[in-house]
Design a protein around this ligand. Structure first.
Ligand code: HEC
Ligand code: HEC
Length: 196
């Protein structure tokens, strides 16, 4: 298809001066779409991850994605798997990627949500005031991430990392929020958040 379109365009171009007739850039050839192809195997072609412990990006607040990409590129938040893909990212590409993923619709993950854990997690979330920052619908805002429809396994891991002081470059506000709570409570919170 693409080939044919280009051939047709070149034929049409033969009728006018070559100098004013550059072939149009097809969407799949833009620098942004090349970057998105790098991210897709891990974060999903539509920004919804289907890979264990890899977060979905679809519908994340623009400023959260933007900040995290800068932290990851600079090694403040070390993500070894991503290093080769982000080290050459320029500021304008980071903004474009953040806008792209923020605009994609989030889809529920393919993991099983346990209704009993959702009930337990809802009570905990109320007591720990998750909504005061992540908003009542848990969609996040500004630099605060969306939790609704995020992967359970990722949130479970990341909350344990915050609690145990293993999350490098993370905001200490989250470490304080989940300080001292059990693994079982963290899992319940992850099920609740994913179910929103
Ligand atoms: C090889 C797999 C892989 C590739 C390719 C990859 N990522 Fe990631 N990404 C990860 C993993 C794993 C994490 C989570 C690391 C952790 O547990 O803290 C992550 C985290 C992120 C985060 C933070 C999200 C959050 O909720 O905290 C953003 C933003 C991100 N990636 C964007 C991108 C973009 C944009 C690209 C393409 C330029 C990309 N990634 C390419 C694996 C990948
Ligand atoms: C005082 C504000 C605040 C409260 C309250 C709060 N969070 Fe957060 N949360 C944040 C911020 C800010 C981040 C991003 C931290 C970073 O940069 O590492 C975050 C990150 C997270 C992440 C990582 C998401 C990702 O994509 O990487 C999870 C999961 C999370 N919070 C769950 C919760 C849960 C569950 C609660 C309630 C028990 C809660 N948070 C309460 C501010 C808050």
């Amino acid at each position: 298809m693409r080939h044919l379109t280009q051939i047709r365009w070149r034929l049409a171009c033969g009728l006018v001066a070559a100098a004013i007739c550059a072939a149009p850039t097809l969407a799949e050839d833009t620098p942004l779409s090349k970057r998105i192809k790098d991210c897709a195997p891990c974060h999903g072609p539509d920004g919804n991850s289907r890979t264990a412990t890899i977060p979905s990006l679809a519908g994340q607040p623009k400023f959260f994605i933007l900040d995290q990409l800068i932290f990851i590129r600079e090694g403040v938040r070390p993500v070894e798997a991503m290093a080769p893909f982000v080290k050459t990212l320029k500021e304008d590409e980071i903004v474009a990627l953040a806008e792209h993923y923020a605009a994609l619709p989030p889809k529920s993950s393919d993991e099983n949500v346990d209704p009993a854990l959702v009930v337990r997690g809802a009570a905990l979330a109320l007591r720990l005031r998750c909504a005061s920052c992540h908003l009542p619908s848990l969609v996040g805002q500004e630099q605060i991430p969306r939790l609704a429809k995020q992967r359970i396994d990722y949130m479970n891991e990341v909350m344990k990392a915050y609690r145990d002081g293993r999350r490098k470059g993370g905001d200490s506000i989250m470490a304080a929020t989940v300080f001292g709570i059990s693994d079982a409570d963290i899992l319940a919170l992850a099920h609740y958040a994913a179910s929103r």
